[in-house]
Design a protein around this ligand. Structure first.
Ligand code: ATP
Ligand code: MG
Length: 336
């Protein structure tokens, strides 16, 4: 059976190595699967739920994210790339699904709870933000996605989508909506730590290496990376665990034997941080240079990128329109 995948990102900045490891790499691999039909959505409406005062930032980020997608190798010939706000059927479906979800169920959603705290909304949570899990359920079900690849922070969203789809089908007596399965990243590969070693790489924590960073930026960031604070002199034995340089080497260096050799040397003593960081810098530069060059190539013709997004959005709209027509028929609100 064909596997349908819906995935995407909120455009509120550029994408970083955390996004690359956490989702972009998987998507690029998935698009090569003959049995997979993948939709990648730039979720500008969702980005507006916590950026209502800054639509310009969202608008600019739509282009940045599209460039990041093309740069890592998402191919519009194989994958439908589209902009959420250009598909009117998505908010339309959201309205119907909202009636199937209680306020208390939304209040219990752990991801929303955590984000409300993190964003410091307190009592003034925008209603649109509060209900975004339902909008996400609409995005997923409008495409009849069978699979949703997400990081584990997004697990509650897919669970809520499954509930909503099940309730819809139970109440309206038809198998119209599809309950999607969650696709989690392999154990231990879920989250890339930031260059400060304090937590996950994240835009708002300012600890990221971006796909669009210049060679110079990358080098500066690598040289400032958190290592082992007790490794002071070159001859001191150093610690590998929690050492961000080694974490990145584990993730990005394909030469695993070399990484093991460096770890052994570092632990024995005699391998300095500067030398080690220079090595990681070479590894990251080699990974990111072709991505950056492709990005610069596409950035020269933003008109062509917009035309590609328009075409993708038209394709996506046709699919969502078909689902909406089935939804309305099941609900009996097809009048004429
Ligand atoms: P913000 O600081 O605004 O929350 P962010 O950098 O954390 O931004 P998001 O847009 O919140 O990025 O991330 C979207 C999705 O990308 C997450 O749900 C997660 O699946 C993935 N992701 C983000 N950061 C990482 C990371 N460091 N490692 C792996 N995956 C990540
Ligand atoms: Mg985040």
């Amino acid at each position: 059976m064909e596997r349908v995948i819906l995935t995407g990102d909120r455009p509120s900045g550029k994408l970083h190595l955390g996004h690359y490891v956490g989702s972009l790499k998987t998507r690029v691999a998935l698009q090569e699967d003959e049995n997979t039909n993948m939709f990648v959505m730039i979720a500008d409406q969702q980005a507006l739920t916590d950026n209502a005062d800054n639509p310009q930032k969202v608008k600019e980020s739509v282009m940045e994210v599209a460039l990041d997608y093309l740069a890592v190798g998402l191919d519009p010939e194989k994958t439908t790339l589209f902009i959420q706000s250009q598909i009117p059927q998505l908010p339309e479906l959201t309205v119907y699904l909202l009636n199937l979800v209680t306020v208390s169920r939304l209040q219990r959603n752990p991801t929303v709870k955590a984000e409300i705290q993190q964003k410091g909304f307190n009592e003034s949570v925008p209603a649109g933000f509060f209900v975004y899990p339902v909008s996400q359920a609409a995005d997923i079900t409008a495409f009849k996605a069978t699979h949703v690849p997400v990081g584990d922070d997004q697990k509650p969203m897919v669970e809520q989508t499954r509930e909503v789809a099940r309730d819809f089908n139970r109440i309206y007596g038809e198998e119209v909506l599809v309950e999607p399965s969650i696709m989690l990243p392999p154990q231990g590969q879920g989250r890339l730590v930031g260059i400060d070693g304090k937590g996950k790489m994240s835009k708002s924590l300012n600890n990221g290496i971006y796909l669009s960073d210049s060679a110079d930026d990358i080098q500066k960031k690598v040289m400032s990376m958190y290592t082992d604070p007790n490794h002071i002199r070159v001859e001191d034995p150093g610690q590998v665990e929690g050492n961000v340089v080694f974490t990145y080497l584990d993730v990005f260096d394909d030469d695993k034997a070399k990484v093991q050799e460096l770890k052994d040397h570092y632990q024995r003593g005699g391998l300095g941080d500067v030398k080690l960081k220079r090595y990681l810098n070479d590894v990251l530069q080699a990974k990111l240079q072709p991505i950056r060059e492709r990005r610069e190539y596409y950035a020269q013709d933003k008109g062509a990128v917009l035309a590609m997004l328009k075409e993708g959005s038209e394709k996506a709209e046709a699919v969502a329109a078909q689902t909406l027509s089935e939804v309305k028929q099941a609900m009996g609100i097809n009048y004429y």
